[in-house]
Design a protein around this ligand. Structure first.
Ligand SMILES: [Zn+2]
Length: 289
């Protein structure tokens, strides 16, 4: 087991929230997060591991579940109210939802909410204004930058380790006061390979994934890993989807739980707020651990 501190996070949303599924007509929209989030909580409890949960507000409407997360020592962060990418939001609507979600968490759990992840990693040069919104609403960190050139997202020249993000260009270092935690990529022969989570974590077989993660850990000093609750849902619905969406949503999905267990055995994980604390940044106002 590595002694280094890595960060584990879960994006709590529905399978129909994704970029390949959200616009599909006639798609059955069953909210499953309030049930399947407990699969994750039980696995984390088994391994005595803590994580950060980026919540889509409309997926968890029961504040009791949020309180339970906090009581178990996990961190709550925000993944927007509806999982609509930042490019489809406005400065003022985004500020409103940041503020009301943070108030909801403070009032219902007694803990703070200081972290954000953009849906589909949609923080880029066209949505730079979101960084100012985060700062003005009292958020402290962001984990939305994927430092790769991807088909749907990515800032290929962004730093690969945490940095203070620029208010005008999220892929650059600046002095916004917001700390960016980019998702982990591994550099092989000059190419940045995403290994951090979601589809990539599912698609790459373990014998290849582990050396890539170990290499990233050596280079970056930490791993920032994410998964989705629907990828870990034992009762995931088998929805008929167009080929691209089918591949993105279901490829190797049955192995995700096994992979998560393997990662929890091999690496030690903490929450974002723990990493901030170590670097001397502000943390949760009423932290439970
Ligand atoms: Zn998401």
């Amino acid at each position: 087991m590595s002694a280094l501190l890595n960060i584990l996070s879960f994006d709590i949303e529905e399978i129909f929230h994704g970029e390949f599924t959200r616009s599909l007509p006639n798609l059955k929209r069953n909210f499953r997060s309030e049930e399947n989030i407990f699969t994750i909580l039980n696995i984390l409890q088994e391994y005595k591991s803590k994580a950060t949960f980026f919540i889509v507000g409309q997926s968890i409407t029961d504040n009791g579940i949020l309180s339970e997360l906090v009581k178990k020592g996990h961190e709550i962060a925000f993944h927007t109210q509806d999982h609509i990418p930042l490019r489809e939001k406005t400065y003022s609507s985004f500020r409103d939802e940041l503020g009301s979600f943070r108030r909801r968490i403070r009032e219902s759990t007694g803990s703070d909410c200081i972290g954000f992840r953009a849906p589909s990693f949609s923080l880029d040069r066209s949505t730079y204004w979101a960084v100012e919104c985060l700062r003005r609403e009292g958020y402290v960190y962001d984990s939305s930058v994927f430092p790769i050139r991807g088909p749907l997202y990515g800032l290929p020249s962004a730093p690969m380790t945490s940095y203070e993000i620029s208010e005008k260009d999220p892929g650059s270092i600046g002095n916004s006061g917001i700390i960016e935690f980019p998702l982990t990529v591994t550099q092989v022969f000059g190419l940045r390979i995403p290994v951090a989570g979601g589809f990539y974590l599912r698609a790459i077989p373990l014998p290849i994934l582990i050396p890539l993660l170990d290499r990233a850990l050596k280079t970056n000093g930490t791993l920032i890993i994410y998964s989705h609750n629907w990828e870990l849902d034992p009762k995931i619905e088998n929805i008929s989807l167009p080929l691209k969406a089918e591949l993105y949503c279901y490829f190797n999905i049955k192995n995700t739980i096994e992979k998560l267990r393997f990662l929890l055995e091999r690496y030690r994980f903490v929450r974002f707020v723990d990493a901030l604390q170590r670097s001397g940044q502000r943390t949760l106002s009423n932290d439970v651990s």
